[in-house]
Design a protein around this ligand. Structure first.
Ligand code: ASP
Length: 303
């Protein structure tokens, strides 16, 4: 039995402003990434490789806020955060505030595999990437017209728009029974002062343990950090015996009570999948070896 779930951000799309053509493009992007990750699992690959593969696909797709297509900082640059974690070993790798790395998730994975550290930031993380032969791109590679418009709008109004966010993530259970997670983001549009979100905070936006589950969050990052959201889902299962569904719902209820918006995807060691969120949309897809799965954008009352 194996399974994979992915997300492409929560709360970043509204029905009012999304055309049917755009919906199709987002769905295609999700399906392509899901298939790429799923194929790794079909071929006996690890959950860790499957989540990295799916996230790299989403990073390369300019529609999503990660890698190419990342939001702009207030200075017109791009600063990415990413993290990955192995549920079997509890090893983790993360990077924060990095620029010019084509696939931030590959750098997070290199931190996990090739360093003694868990979290590297800014220039040091990029130097580490250079040493380990990661692919670099000019700032302009990450630019897209729709992100530039978002930035201009926000700077004009001096307020945050919901569209200027999003994240991509994947969680998986492989045939060997191991769980893994990968999350990658451009953060929030118009961010300043080295702002870092929940994505690279292990336990905040990203967490995996074979004892419980793998979790990837998206939405208002500051809330996920304060709630230690990804770890809280795992801890509810480990200490309280909560089911994956209960644990995810409790966490989203806490997020709502605090006034935050967003969602999370999670898979447990039995292959159960949860896709929980409290806003109008969460780009999401999942598929397991029993042939079950779906690709969705909008809130669905059945979920
Ligand atoms: N969680 C991300 C951050 O705060 C943004 C998002 O997922 O919308 O950086």
């Amino acid at each position: 039995m194996f399974t994979i779930a992915i997300h492409g951000g929560a709360g970043s799309l509204t029905r009012k402003t999304t055309t049917p053509e755009q919906e199709v493009d987002y769905q295609k992007g999700l399906d392509k990434a899901l298939e790429a990750g799923y194929n790794v699992l079909v071929n006996g690959g690890s959950a860790l490789d499957a989540v990295a593969t799916a996230v790299r696909e989403l990073e390369d797709n300019p529609l999503f806020n990660a890698g190419k297509g990342s939001v702009f900082t207030a200075e017109g640059t791009h600063e990415a955060d990413a993290a990955t974690m192995c549920g079997r070993t509890l090893k983790a790798g993360a990077v924060a505030g990095i620029s010019n790395i084509k696939n931030p998730i590959s750098l997070a994975r290199a931190v996990m595999d090739k360093s003694e550290n868990v979290l590297l930031a800014a220039k040091g993380a990029m130097d580490f990437g250079r040493v380990h032969g990661l692919a670099f791109e000019e700032n302009s590679y990450f630019d897209t017209e729709h992100r530039r418009k978002q930035l201009a709008k926000e700077q004009e109004k001096e307020e945050r728009s919901n569209t200027g966010k999003g994240t991509v993530g994947a969680v998986a259970l492989d045939e060997a029974g191991n769980l893994a997670v990968a999350t990658s983001t451009g953060g929030i549009s118009n961010k300043k002062f080295g702002r870092v979100g929940d994505t690279p905070v292990i336990g905040g936006g990203t967490y995996a343990s074979n004892q419980s589950c793998a979790v990837s969050c998206t939405g208002d990052g500051e809330f996920f950090i304060r709630l230690v959201s990804a770890y809280d889902v795992a801890a509810q299962m480990e200490y309280k015996g909560a089911s994956l569904k209960e644990a995810c719902r409790n966490q989203i209820a806490k997020l709502t009570r605090l006034g935050g918006e967003g969602g999370l995807i999670a898979v447990d060691s039995r292959g159960n999948v949860e896709l929980a969120f409290n806003c109008e949309s969460m780009l999401r897809a999942w598929k397991n070896s029993r042939g079950e799965g779906s690709t969705r954008i909008w809130a669905d009352p059945q979920e």
